[in-house]
Design a protein. Structure first.
Length: 74
């Protein structure tokens, strides 16, 4: 829950997961999905030795990718 409160990328993902039109998740389900994503991020960072990038993480979701492209254009 701290992750969602302090990190803007995970906060945006939590909002997307709970409010998406197709198959919205309950809040606890969304937190579990975010924890799984965080574990995969830790594994990738440890194995491939690269820095965390919020933009790169959010590109997985088409809805979020559109928001990032709009913010970059502005």
């Amino acid at each position: 829950m701290i992750l969602v409160a302090k990190n803007s990328a995970f906060k945006a993902l939590h909002a997307y997961y709970t409010q998406r039109p197709d198959n919205p998740l309950k809040k606890r389900q969304s937190l579990i999905a975010l924890c799984n994503k965080l574990i995969r991020i830790f594994f990738a960072i440890g194995k491939k030795q690269f820095e965390f990038s919020e933009e790169r993480m959010l590109q997985d979701i088409p809805h979020m990718r559109a928001n990032i492209e709009v913010e970059k254009a502005a």
